[in-house]
Design a protein around this ligand. Sequence first.
Ligand code: AMP
Ligand code: ZN
Length: 132
Amino acid sequence: MCIFCKIIDGEIPSYKVYEDQDVLAFLDISQVTKGHTLVIPKKHYENFVDVDTETMQKVMVVAQDLAKSYMNKLDCTGLNILSNVNEVAGQSVFHFHVHIIPRYHATDDVVIEFKESPEQDLPALQNLLKKD
Ligand code: AMP
Ligand code: ZN
């Protein structure tokens, strides 16, 4: 059983901030910034692309609701909402989760940087990626 399934089952303790039949939210142990929170479905899905639409909606609604209330309850001035997919993107726990990372300063210990990269053929990419 994965570590987050163990948290859901109460085998591993957590600091819950929201719970309903389908969704759980709890404080991330890393606390990269004050209030760093994870929102997860109670059913095990590996990641963002694996989860079914209905569950995704439930998780995101809770994430948005918490995000709104964090903007009031914490002295943060922004948030990062993110979900890592697979190891290459930094996923370390393979149970779908959405990070809520309150932001206080641009220099917080959160590094999400869009560096300069080689130019892309945008029309070709559009052709490849657009949905019919
Ligand atoms: P990710 O790297 O996107 O898969 O994120 C996994 C997150 O889970 C990390 O930010 C960890 O700090 C967090 N984490 C791992 N174990 C626990 C735990 N027992 N309780 C709370 N958060 C955890
Ligand atoms: Zn799990």
